[in-house]
Design a protein around this ligand. Structure first.
Ligand code: GLA
Length: 667
């Protein structure tokens, strides 16, 4: 199977989405001149070109694509060629209205924007496959081709009749018979029992709360239906170009796709990442998405899109102050990216994204943005030795989309508790301790991790529960957040409210009741070494069995109940955290658990705001702070970017980055 190395060939790729069809051909020559100036290696062409490539059903207009691919090749620029299937042309919706998605109320989602396709539509699928096959037949042997990019940010939903038929087929495969389905969905509740398959529909707009089993399965089904669209195109490409890797770009921390299942079907994993320059936690969020993407890829990955400046889809869209675009690009490389790309190459003059930045902005080549783009291209060339190397991590956060889907429904104890919020809080705490963290599926082999954190996995399969128990029994350290292990695979509450295997592992006899906290409400807890801290979102009436309380709630209805516990189990340790501790306390807690598990931060004594990451033999230092920072070095190092040697320490200005190599790794 081809992989990312087949595209990178020992370099860090640099480029962006290139939409030449938006420009007269005379601009193309200027594009290539500027790409060369910027050190661009690779551009993604054709992501939204369907209406241009196939102006009417069955017609083909490839001439322009022939010309631009040849020009790019002559200019030494390689191509990640996209299938255009994220945005069907108007003729498809007009002639085949059944390809248009319908929302929960049955209202048609029309063309005039993008992504207006029903993943279950045979007509859409057939047209998508034909244009993909024709592209592969025509360009599979083109010397500029390095990678295939299928569709774009898969994530649409549809509730139409075709989807209903497809959903039923999917359910028949999952359950075999209706009895099993009725059992799994708990249809004895509210007179929901199904008597024939034809009665089953997607969870459309209804009077009150939708059956949670039905809603969960529809999430599973939708992810699978979209994945079928991807794999059909991938197979058509792979059959024609078995040595060219195939990818599709994920949205960051996106609920709509089972990220583990999707990544397993890709040769290369890529992600689009747009942190808000005004968000004080943007760097932590970026690190989370990068760690997740690296874990999905099982190694190096592609930053397929980021912005050179502002986006245009927030309420207020902020540019990046000088240095930030470089800092976040190199953060991605530090955390395993072997490609740094943008949406998009040249900023559009028309269309919905004309105020979204590009590598070549409206202001042209004599602009601050393009100057920074050129500088970054030159630096990435220097980072070629980093390409292909690994990012070692001995801590892991467990994440599972099925659990996320199950918790993202109405009718829960608290609508304030969100998987994303908890993942971000816990990952940020580890990130601030400079503990490099992977993400892992709850069924994954955890034996190589010294620390495993579960911010929240409401739904845990039997296999996952056994896996956690075996991990701790064998000497692992588990830190487990609240409302975990509550439901089985069908979203059925486990006997006792929390699974008994998990309670045994955590040393908890009973969770008598959950006491969620309102927005703005906080509890106070106190522990010997943790001191006093606030907890938000959640609290519990918890009765330990063998676990020792690490911190107790002070005051209120739950006065004296444990807020944090620690339990010896087998040869390992299991911690339980029954609230969301304020950031400093969560940091202290995870830091202590890591320390006891023998995990050291990447570098000790780092000033606040400085991130340190090891990748291969290199030590990346990134100052996210707005003031200079001084970092002591354990041994002499040379900056790969400047060639300068540093002995006892380095000074990092605001947003500065150093990529330090041990002397022996420099040839
Ligand atoms: C996504 C899409 C791009 C573009 C950008 C804008 O990542 O894939 O086509 O719309 O957002 O930020």
């Amino acid at each position: 199977m081809p992989d990312l190395n087949d595209a990178t060939r020992g370099r860090v790729l640099y480029g962006g989405d290139y939409n030449p069809e938006q420009w007269p051909e005379r601009v193309w020559h200027d594009d290539i001149r500027l790409m060369r100036r910027a050190g661009v290696t690779t551009v993604t062409v054709g992501v939204f070109s369907w209406a241009r490539l196939e102006p009417r059903p069955g017609a083909r207009d490839f001439g322009w694509l022939d010309r631009i691919l040849d020009l790019l090749h002559e200019g030494g620029i390689e191509v990640c060629l996209a299938t255009p299937t994220a945005s069907p042309p108007p003729w498809m919706g007009s002639r085949h209205p059944e390809t248009l998605p319908r929302d929960e109320s049955g209202t048609v989602v029309w063309y005039g924007s993008r992504n207006q396709f029903c993943a279950s539509s045979p007509v859409y699928r057939e047209h998508a496959l034909r244009i993909t096959e024709d592209l592969a037949d025509r360009y599979g042997g083109h010397p500029a081709l390095r990678m295939w990019h299928v569709g774009n940010e898969y994530g649409t939903h549809c509730w139409c009749d075709e989807t209903a038929r497809h959903f039923r087929r999917w359910l028949r495969t999952r359950y075999g018979g209706l009895d099993a389905l009725n059992e799994a969905w708990g249809t004895a509740f509210w007179s929901q029992r199904y008597d024939s398959w034809e009665e089953i529909i997607p969870p459309r707009r209804a009077q009150y709360l939708i059956n949670p089993g039905q809603a969960l399965d529809f999430r599973r089904f939708t992810s699978d239906a979209l994945l079928e669209c991807f794999t059909a195109e991938r197979d058509a490409l792979a059959a024609r170009t078995p040595h060219t890797p195939v990818t599709t770009n994920f949205m960051p921390l996106f609920i709509g796709q089972d990220g583990w299942a999707w990544a397993a079907e890709e040769d290369v994993v890529s992600v689009d990442l747009y942190p808000d320059p005004k968000d004080p936690h943007a760097a932590a969020y970026g690190a989370l998405v990068q760690d997740l993407t690296r874990s999905q890829a099982g190694g190096p990955w592609v930053l397929m899109e980021q912005a050179a400046g502002p986006v245009n889809w927030r309420g207020v869209n902020h540019p990046k102050p000088d240095g930030l675009m470089r800092l976040w690009s190199l953060q991605a490389v530090a955390r395993g990216a072997d490609a740094v790309c943008f949406f998009q190459w040249r900023q559009s003059r028309q269309g919905s994204e004309k105020f979204h930045s590009g590598m070549v902005p409206h202001a042209g080549e004599h602009s601050r943005t393009f100057a920074r783009v050129r500088e970054l291209g030159a630096e990435l060339r220097e980072l070629a030795p980093v390409a292909g190397t690994d990012v070692p991590a001995r801590a892991a956060i467990l994440h599972d989309w099925h659990s996320w889907w199950a918790t993202a429904q109405d009718g829960r104890p608290s609508s304030l508790v969100s998987c994303e919020r908890l993942l971000r809080a816990w990952h940020q705490a580890l990130w601030e301790r400079n503990l490099t963290t992977d993400f892992a599926h709850p069924h994954a082999d955890l034996t190589d991790y010294a620390l495993v954190a579960v911010p929240q996995l409401y739904l845990l399969t039997d296999e996952a529960l056994d896996n956690l128990a075996a991990y701790v029994r064998g000497g692992g350290t588990l830190v487990c957040g609240f409302f975990t292990g509550v439901a089985d695979e069908d979203d059925r509450v486990r006997p006792g409210g929390v699974d008994r295997r998990l309670r045994a592992l955590l040393g908890i006899r009973t969770v008598h009741e959950w006491w969620p906290l309102d927005e703005g409400e906080a509890l106070t807890a106190e522990g010997a070494w943790l001191g006093a801290f606030h907890g938000t979102l959640w609290s519990e009436d918890l009765e330990p069995s063998t676990a020792e309380p690490v911190a107790r709630i002070k005051g209120g209805e739950l006065d004296g109940r444990p807020a944090v516990t620690r339990n010896a189990y087998g040869t390992g340790t299991a911690w339980y955290v029954s609230t969301l501790p304020e950031p400093a306390a969560l940091r202290a807690l995870l830091g202590r658990a890591a320390e006891e598990a023998g995990l050291a931060p990447v570098l000790p004594g780092l000033p606040e705001g400085v991130e340190a990451v090891r990748r291969g033999p290199y030590l990346f230092l990134l100052n996210h702070g707005r003031t200079p920072a001084v970092v002591p070095l354990p041994s002499a190092r040379t900056d790969l970017l400047t060639g300068r040697a540093h002995h006892t320490g380095v000074r990092l200005d605001r947003f500065a980055v150093m990529v330090l190599a041990p002397p022996e790794s420099l040839g």
